[in-house]
Design a protein around this ligand. Structure first.
Ligand code: PLP
Length: 234
């Protein structure tokens, strides 16, 4: 699947990749263009092609780009976030998609309360088979959902996840299904989670190599980097 996709998008400009993706994605699916490790000029190229939502995974990089790029860009933070970096990220982000610990949730609540803001977050669920990936278990998410009222300055809008890094579509589907099932379960019993927003249930899943499967399975947000901006040099 990955090989096929590369050929298809090879040699295309950032603008063309954005256009092609916009045509392909259903209108109800939001595209987060993951610009991490790519320069501000690359973001501008995508911006000029009409893209407005961008994803970044490192606080300094996000803050630096947000300072020089157009103010109508909507930034999603998608990386592991240390609590001492919150003040770089939260003032410029519309959403933190990658809340992966209670400690972080509590720190965001404190920052938001102190600054008179409400922060929109997704809880990251550990759905991959790699133990190295971040995220909560199903039980932990249900527990947080039931205590969402403890975080009055946070809107827990939904769930995010990253599937196992594999070309085996069956495994990817199984991973993604964990997010869909848990979201549906919470929605079905939403009266048990009075602290959650009534429209709880945004699902963010799908990246360059698995976004088509994600769209098919009902992702509301896909986060795509390589397909748009090319390979990253770490
Ligand atoms: C880097 C990253 C992406 C984008 O990955 P690509 O394979 O380049 O599309 C999506 N989500 C998260 C959380 C990431 O860190």
């Amino acid at each position: 699947m990955r090989v096929e996709m590369k050929k298809e998008f090879e040699e295309k400009s950032i603008a063309t990749a954005i256009k092609t993706l916009k045509e392909e994605l259903p209108s109800n699916v939001k595209l987060v263009a993951v610009s991490k490790f790519h320069p501000a000029e690359a973001v501008m190229e995508a911006y000029s092609a009409g893209q407005r939502i961008f994803g970044e995974s490192r606080p300094q990089e996000l803050a630096a780009k947000a300072a020089v790029l157009p103010g109508d860009i909507v930034w999603h933070f998608i990386g592991h976030l240390q609590t001492n970096k919150l003040k770089m990220v939260l003032p410029v982000s519309s959403m933190v998609e990658s809340v992966d610990s209670l400690h972080l949730l509590e720190a965001i609540e404190k920052w938001a309360g102190d600054n008179g803001k409400t922060v929109c977050v997704l809880l990251e669920m550990h759905i991959a088979s790699e133990a190295t990936k971040q995220g909560f278990s199903r039980e932990e998410i249900l527990d947080i959902a039931s205590k969402a009222g403890d975080y009055p300055h946070i809107r827990i809008c939904g769930l995010m996840g990253m599937a196992t890094f594999t070309d085996n579509e069956e495994i990817i589907r199984k991973d993604f299904a964990k997010l869909v099932t848990l979201r549906d379960e919470i929605r079905a019993g939403i009266e048990n989670y009075p602290g959650l927003p009534a429209d709880f249930g945004i699902l963010s899943f799908g990246m360059t190599h698995d976004y088509r499967v994600a769209v098919e399975m009902g992702a509301d947000i896909v986060r795509i980097g390589t397909l748009i901006f090319g390979e990253r040099s770490y």
